[in-house]
Design a protein around this ligand. Structure first.
Ligand SMILES: *Cc1c(COP(=O)(O)O)cnc(C)c1O
Length: 363
């Protein structure tokens, strides 16, 4: 039986009640004079929809997200993007100046940023490049986590920026090996684009496993800032007490609810399928384009590629009005760009511009 993840929470926060907001106590009343809100609506808000402080975790939204991701509402905390989830996990589990996290570079930068802001050491177990692309050495991750006494291991599947998924058995074995010692977080920001199953269903049995999901990518709601942490219900309760009192702005909640209704979900699923088809086309075209050293197979909505002359490729795209992500500052990626899958026309344009630039360079 897997251990309660409460033992991983900072000892000084285990009994921490957090801020008692005007919305913490669930009571009923016709006249609300307890939170110093205005009795009148703002002229820009005719219906008075935002006059009062919002529910910290609206039950309907939480239920909808739980159904979407296949967990119970008590296993899920909604926040301002999964970025907030990363920050909450680091602050709730790691003592400033002590403990630590493990990351596997090249990876999403926010894990290390949140750790650094909180004064928490970061151990890196670099991904290993092979014929099939980037691979995570999960045995080395386990040893590094134990050696450093790390409280959190941040994994990303599909990985940003590699696009590679992690092997299911390996991740579960890692979580078992770190049970009672560290939380294994799988960031599934791009899971909608992948063939691999989510780790959400494994949390009930393996309580030191957590998953991050977001509406920013596949659901096209990046500016609504909504992401979730899915974890053991006891851990979720602790995270909520560490969260800001009113994290979810009402206009964003309304938009997200509409964006997750049946019709929207159906449209989103069709878009995801289109993106996956385009991703394969783009990866194939890039891998045959002159000047491209390698284009990696991807299970996400982007393609990572290495270039003979990355500056020339980047500049040519920019001159054509196309902005891609320069990855050259990341370890092992000194010649790489990350290209988000766009519309078919945009992707074709990317390939045309790169071809022309490489031929000019060769001339
Ligand atoms: C984009 C991204 C996020 C951030 O998502 P938000 O919900 O917008 O904060 C998290 N993790 C990875 C790997 C990402 O690429």
């Amino acid at each position: 039986m897997s251990a309660s993840p409460l033992s991983l929470v900072r000892e000084d926060l285990r009994a921490f009640a957090g801020y008692k907001s005007a919305r913490t106590e669930v009571v009923d009343g016709a006249v609300w004079l307890n939170a110093n809100e205005s009795p009148w609506a703002n002229p820009a808000d005719e219906a008075g929809a935002v006059r009062r402080y919002p529910d910290p975790q609206p039950a309907a939204l939480r239920a909808r997200l739980a159904a979407l991701y296949g967990c119970t509402p008590a296993q899920l905390l909604a926040g301002r993007g999964s970025d907030e989830g990363i920050d909450l996990l680091v602050r709730a589990l790691c003592r400033p100046g002590g403990d630590g996290i493990v990351v596997t570079t090249p990876t999403f930068g926010m894990y290390a940023v949140c750790a650094r802001l909180h004064g928490v050491p970061v151990a890196d177990v670099p991904l290993v490049e092979g014929a099939d692309g980037f691979r995570c050495d999960l045995d080395a991750v386990r040893e590094a986590a134990l050696a450093a006494g790390a409280k959190i291991v941040f994994l990303c599947s599909p990985g940003n920026p590699t696009g590679a998924t992690l092997p299911r058995d390996g991740v579960l074995a890692l979580a078992r090996a770190l049970d009672g010692r560290a939380l294994v977080v799988v960031d599934e920001a791009y899971a909608e684009f992948a063939d691999a199953a989510s780790f959400v269903a494994d949390i009930a049995a393996q309580r030191n496993l957590a998953v991050l999901r977001t509406l920013s990518k596949a659901h096209a709601l990046a500016a609504a800032r909504l992401g979730v942490v899915i974890a053991d219900a006891e851990l979720i309760a602790v995270l909520q007490r560490c969260q800001a009192p009113y994290p979810l702005p009402t206009p964003c909640v309304r938009l997200v609810e509409a964006g997750l209704d049946d019709a929207s979900l159906e449209a989103t699923r069709a878009r995801i399928a289109d993106v996956c088809v385009e991703r394969e086309r783009l990866a194939d075209a890039l891998s045959h384009a002159p000047g491209v050293r390698r284009a990696y197979a991807s299970q996400a909505n982007f393609v990572l590629a290495r270039f003979a002359d990355p500056q020339r490729a980047f500049d040519a795209l920019l001159a054509a009005g196309i902005v891609v992500r320069d990855m050259r500052h990341l370890p092992q990626l000194g010649d790489a760009l990350r290209i988000t899958v766009g519309t078919p026309e945009q992707n074709a344009r990317v390939v045309d511009v790169l071809r022309a630039a490489a031929l000019r360079g060769a001339a």
